[in-house]
Design a protein around this ligand. Sequence first.
Ligand code: ADP
Length: 389
Amino acid sequence: MEIQPSRQSDDTDLRRAYVHLAEAQRLSQTGSFTWDFDRGELLWSEELCRIFEFDPATTITTDLVGQFVHPADLPAFAATLEGAAAGGDVDLPYRIVTASGVLKHLHAVGHRIDYDAERPVIIGAVQDVTERKVAEEALDRARADLAHVARVATLSALTASIAHEVNQPLTSLVTNASTCVRMLAADPPNLDLARTTAQRTIRDANRASEVIQRLRAMFVRNEPAAEAVDLNEAAAEILALTSSELLSARVEVHADFADALPSIRGDRIQLQQVMLNLVLNARDAMLAVDDRPRTLRIATIADGPGQVRFSVRDAGSGVAPDSLGRLFDAFYTTKSEGMGIGLSISQSIIQGHEGRIWAAPNEDGPGATFSFSLPFGVADSPEPVSKDL
Ligand code: ADP
């Protein structure tokens, strides 16, 4: 005899399925909704009401929901509603501020279902991703702190070089000011030359103040910037900053900067931190070299479609093939005083700029070449190592 399921067991199954679903939604902090946009009807699950702090009896409308969306996310929210009504998919990270003032990060996904051609609806899910977001932000901040501390430590080890960089325009300033005084004291005073040397004095004073401003920017912890960066200019500054350091290590520097290199969008200080790491590593790799010139070649080049490349080539110890894969790992170092974080931070910075960084042994001589390439005209803001370094 065939057993017909009783109506009661239907109800029990349905109730069980409902409890199961509601519990799963609670556990995953994911609510669901159905939106019948022709009739303006929104059906929300209990969990979605809980996420928004709405009473489950509330009549929900898109206008009501919009009142709780973070003002900065409202345009994207409105565009997604419009797109969804026109048949597009929903995939929207956004923030809300609930009635009790809690800021939440949500992620909505959904799509249109035409199971009744007369009455298409949008079915979707909204997940509360606040905890993950907060954890990601804490990680970003920790990375940024580490990168900042590493930069300051590197710069602090360059005190002599920095003093030289600051001193140069100051010396020329004093010379020009003294010449100016002499020209004025002459009989008759040489006013033309006095004027010229006074103008040079102003130029040198401006240069000195620029140098100090640049150095200050490298020491302080700035908000991340998404500015136009000229890699040639940035690299020239790093060479100026390290020149006496490289000179005292008997490193011969050759610069080969491409003309008319497109600017990239990014954080100049972060990118200079990478350049500084690569240049100082190249110097370190050549400290034991005594049988050949300690040549360092620093170059920029337009690299394939939409990319610019920066590279530092040395004639140092080189990298063994089996350590190539570990160079960018945190705490990998072969130096007695090394920390092993320079390349790992450099990699985070370059990846945050949607770029790539790599090392390769030189094929036509001793040493290695470290390079990074960055897209230009694409990235609006560096994700970075995050945010502020
Ligand atoms: P650290 O300089 O403190 O060791 P890094 O992360 O900057 O940390 O570098 C990690 C390791 O990568 C170095 O210890 C070294 O073994 C290797 N390395 C980096 N640059 C070069 C280079 N130009 N030539 C050879 N090895 C290098």
